[in-house]
Design a protein around this ligand. Structure first.
Ligand code: FES
Length: 108
């Protein structure tokens, strides 16, 4: 498996999340307010909710259902009710395009 092109970098709005599915893996892609791009698992660990439908706030992505916010860098929930992390994926920017490998989960 290798990194797959997701979209041009300039298609990602700041402080917004986009859902992509790569090889059956749902991933929330987020460009934060500093311009950094993050990729974390898109399914909330508290329920079957797409995190990319939630809210980007500071360093996290908040689930709209019950308010757990997941760190964009570690995937860990920053508050209850979720207590299990979502996976974190490596992001590469090559020639202005965003690439993610859904098979490579970062240990953070
Ligand atoms: S389903 Fe996400 S916090 Fe409950």
């Amino acid at each position: 498996m290798s990194a797959q092109k997701v979209c041009p970098l300039d298609e990602l709005a700041p402080d917004a999340a986009r859902r992509v599915v790569l090889d059956g893996v749902a991933i929330a892609v987020v460009r934060d307010s500093s311009g950094a791009v993050h990729a974390i698992g898109d399914t909330c660990t508290h329920g079957d909710i797409s995190l990319s439908e939630g809210f980007v706030e500071d360093d996290g992505l908040e689930c709209w259902a019950h308010g757990s916010k997941f760190s964009l860098t570690t995937g860990k929930p920053l508050n209850l009710p979720a207590y299990e992390p979502v996976p974190v994926f490596a992001v590469e920017i090559v020639d202005g395009d965003v690439y993610i490998d859904p098979a490579v989960r970062l240990e953070v």
